[in-house]
Write a new protein. Structure first.
Length: 202
């Protein structure tokens, strides 16, 4: 069972979804502390698409609430239209999904999960998504937490990006093989997958 563990991300780069495609199960870590200006925005060549959120103190990501959608959704649509032109957007399933985000609610993770599932549907990615918050994981170093999450889903192979280093011995001791995602260089940096959709690369 190949496992990939990813943070929640608002319309992340294509690499994010290709990692999900190559895995047997993808775990989204919604119960980690929210990182400001990290999980709530997407980069589209020259500008950020940012969902403003309430974050008065260190809070788990799945507890973060957005500002009312009327304060940000139209602004993000205007940025998309200015960047890609309306005739490139109208009728595109992902643009339609973007328009539906205000109907999801005010939970940041709910909005992110909805967008991720819509993209997976469009890309025909069938990998199951699992929310890390359903597991009772003990606090510990990153590699210990990853091992615990892998074991929760009966994973025997953990796929990660080359820049993330893990203690191979610790994983092998638990019967889990480490594997670097070899297609990393096939996809472009931190550019949101929205750019791939609206410029016709996907």
């Amino acid at each position: 069972m190949k496992v990939v563990i990813l943070p929640p991300a608002f319309f992340p780069p294509r690499l994010y979804f290709e990692m999900i495609r190559y895995a047997d199960v993808a775990i989204i870590t919604t119960d980690q502390l929210y990182r400001k200006q990290k999980y709530n925005r997407a980069w589209i060549y020259g500008q950020w698409l940012t969902i403003p959120v309430h974050c008065p103190k260190p809070t788990k990501t799945n507890e973060i609430k957005t500002l009312p959608s009327g304060e940000w959704h139209d602004c993000l649509l205007d940025k998309l239209i200015a960047k890609y032109k309306l005739d490139h957007l109208i009728g595109h399933p992902i643009y339609d999904a973007f328009n539906e985000l205000p109907n999801v609610g005010d939970g940041l993770c709910d909005i992110i999960e909805c967008s991720i599932r819509q993209i997976m549907k469009y890309m025909k990615i069938l990998t199951p998504l699992v929310d890390s918050s359903i597991f009772k994981i003990k606090k510990g170093k990153d590699h210990k937490r990853v091992i615990q999450l892998c074991r929760e889903v009966d994973g025997d192979e953990f796929m990660h990006l080359p820049m993330h280093k893990y203690d191979k011995v610790s994983f092998e001791r638990m019967g889990i093989k480490l594997k670097e995602f070899s297609l990393m260089n096939c996809f472009e940096g931190n550019i949101s997958i929205l750019d791939d959709f609206f410029t016709g690369r996907i």
